[in-house]
Design a binder for this molecule. Structure first.
Ligand SMILES: [Cu+2]
Length: 129
């Protein structure tokens, strides 16, 4: 067999090996992403707090465990109450994780319990499906 053909064969093999390697690497990279999204059934909602308004990153969540990431961008302390559970006060420029299991489906009210805040606008509804 002429050496030239042999070399070509080898270079094709090298290319196949490289392609397989790339495909494998893609799988390795993709796997943790898939794992993360299934673990994300534990929903996270970022709740931005300020005077006198809440902004939630999601308007709708599946029922079950929800982690609220409370971020106070205001200049006074705020809290977050939903489904009968109240978070600790979050000081200005601080954030806190607040985990609640939402079992009831429908529109669930939330509010800030600091006197006057809900009346001023720190309240709303989250849809639980
Ligand atoms: Cu408040």
């Amino acid at each position: 067999m002429p050496a030239e053909i042999f070399d070509r064969g080898r270079s094709i093999m090298n290319r196949i090996t490289l392609a397989l390697g790339v495909a494998l690497a893609a799988l390795v990279v993709a796997a943790p992403v898939a794992a993360r999204s299934s673990a994300a059934t534990a929903t996270t909602v970022t709740v931005t707090m300020k005077e006198f308004k809440f902004t939630l990153s999601k308007a709708k969540v599946p029922h079950g465990k929800v982690t609220f990431k409370l971020v106070n961008k205001g200049s006074v302390a705020h809290d977050f109450k939903i489904a009968g559970k109240k978070s600790p006060l979050v000081q200005p420029k601080k954030s806190k994780l607040f985990v609640v299991t939402l079992t009831k489906k429908g529109k669930i009210a939330y509010l800030c319990t600091v006197p006057g805040h809900a009346a001023a606008g720190m309240k709303g509804k989250l849809t639980v499906t």
